[in-house]
Ligand binder design. Structure first.
Ligand code: THU
Length: 138
């Protein structure tokens, strides 16, 4: 069974070429599917002041929220090379703001195998708004 529809794969590869990663040389593309089924893409955008760099998953999530959507239903991440890169810890936390633990996360490598997992596997015991008595996104 294919986990990645052709339009998502096409979007990921197009995005990968737009990543701005002059310092690390490590390009990343991400696509999130919202609750309504729309696709939002993002790339990593680095900065000469390194800590201000933005990861691809966060770029995609910000695009989705800026478009008025607050539910992530599925996530894809693409990087080059043989090994699929998984979302960093910060990205797992950002995704978990809008994605439940059973959300599928597909980590694709351009030249190697894919890793299919869920956000809950990547970030067990997530810290969420429920600890702050703010369980909804309004
Ligand atoms: N990066 C992402 O875009 N997503 C991740 O989840 C892991 C890391 C980016 C950040 C930086 O621009 C480059 O990859 C190397 O760390």
């Amino acid at each position: 069974m294919s986990h990645t529809p052709p339009e998502v794969l096409e979007a990921l590869h197009a995005l990968l070429n737009r990543a701005y990663a002059p310092y690390s040389g490590f390009a990343v593309a991400a696509v999130v599917k919202s609750g309504s089924g729309r696709l939002f893409g993002g790339v990593n955008v680095e900065n000469a002041a390194y800590p201000l760099s933005r990861c691809a998953e966060q770029s995609a999530t910000l695009q989705m929220v800026s478009a008025g959507e607050r539910e992530i239903a599925e996530v894809w991440v693409l990087s080059r090379g043989l090994e699929p890169a998984t979302p960093c810890g910060g990205c797992r936390q950002v995704l978990s703001e809008f994605a439940p633990p059973d959300t599928p996360v597909h980590c694709l490598s351009a030249d190697g195998p894919a890793l299919h997992t869920t956000l809950g596997e990547l970030l067990p015991y997530a810290f969420t708004g429920r600890y702050l008595s703010k369980p909804d996104k309004s």
